[in-house]
Design a protein around this ligand. Structure first.
Ligand code: S3P
Length: 170
């Protein structure tokens, strides 16, 4: 079974890497934010604005519980998904979890021009984004670091993930 689950902070590159892994392994790619947007016919920003963050977290948990564990997939999770309730345990049961580790500075640089669709940071300037990440990342890493595999920046390639999957699930 090939079920690859990518976790990590906003902007770490889960979706970009996830698509490449899915291509390489020739299995479907699922992006949880995109799934929720299509399913509820609202953007993540609208879901946050209309129902609040805690409701969004409930939707994320229902999404994990609805995954078809009989089929192969690569899943890019929303950055907060593993950090609420027992989601990290559910994700670890659903597949092989990979934490895409990145420094706060690098994440901040990557997010400055990609903040508008992300309600938690949409109204912040560059300094505020860095401050937010420096505060949140250590809290979230308590969950992220429960991943089966932690990938450093240089290891975040489709080939490395495919090799690790072959090794773990021969
Ligand atoms: C969030 C991350 C986002 C999205 C939502 C909340 C978070 O996903 O689910 O804006 O709490 O970190 P990405 O990690 O894909 O940006």
């Amino acid at each position: 079974m090939k079920r690859v689950i990518l976790i990590g902070f906003m902007g770490c590159g889960k979706s970009t890497l996830g698509k490449k892994i899915a291509n390489l392994l020739d299995i479907p790619f699922i992006d949880s934010d995109q799934y929720l947007e299509t399913h509820y016919q609202k953007s993540v920003g609208e879901l946050f604005a209309e129902f609040g963050e805690s409701h969004f977290r409930t939707l994320e948990q229902s999404f994990i519980q609805s995954l078809d564990l009989k089929s192969d997939f690569v899943l890019a999770t929303g950055g907060g998904m593993p950090c609420f309730g027992d989601n990290m345990e559910l994700l670890n049961q659903a597949g092989t979890t990979f934490y895409l580790e990145r420094s706060a500075k690098e994440l901040a640089n990557r997010l400055v021009n990609a903040k508008s669709k992300r309600p938690l940071i949409a109204g912040m300037d560059a300094d505020e984004i860095l401050e937010f990440i420096e505060m949140q990342l250590p809290l979230r890493e308590e969950y992220y670091k429960k991943a089966t595999i932690i990938l450093s920046r240089d290891e975040q390639t489709p080939e490395t993930v495919a090799d690790l999957m072959r090794h773990l699930h021969p």
